[in-house]
Design a protein around this ligand. Sequence first.
Ligand SMILES: [Zn+2]
Length: 203
Amino acid sequence: MQKLKCQSCGGPIEVENQFVRAVTCIYCGASYVVSGGSDLSPNGKGVKLADYPSRLSIGARGKIQGRDFHVIGRVRYTYDSGFWEEWQIGWDDNTPPAWLEQDEGYWTLYTKMRLRGEVVSFDSIKVGQKATINNLSVFIAEKRTAKLFGTEGQFAMVMPVQGQFGYATGSADGKIVSVNFWQDEIELSQGEEIEPNDIELTT
Ligand SMILES: [Zn+2]
């Protein structure tokens, strides 16, 4: 593991694995982009999350559907009628991190999909209709704009610290498909709903 120092408070930052692209200092909330070697580039100051109660926390370990994991990051998003949280899950078998979404008691595990085909524009997506996303015909169930409220920990991608983004979720071939329209990147994931008891915590 890479050992670095926060440029703003001097606190230690240990990068969890080679997939990590962004870190937030756990002491002062400064965020950084991790650029190879031992470089941290400041990425502004995000909002440090208050300690909202949840079953999970940074550093928690256990198994999801029998696979060993530990929590490396936490994000809280807000939208017009509420909020939801996503946990960045690091796998002990060292495969790329996943997102575990927690929304009003429902858990969905998202893995990143490779972008191979066209994705329609956010504006042209309509709830209740099909949209072509990455060569899939996705029936759109939800479309909203949201804001990143705060982050904590380490992430396999660099998220915008400020501003709104659009997202849509739907289904294709019986699978959940989610697309985030970040400022200059489209992030596509495939989701699977999991039961609360598919998550076993050991610490
Ligand atoms: Zn710091």
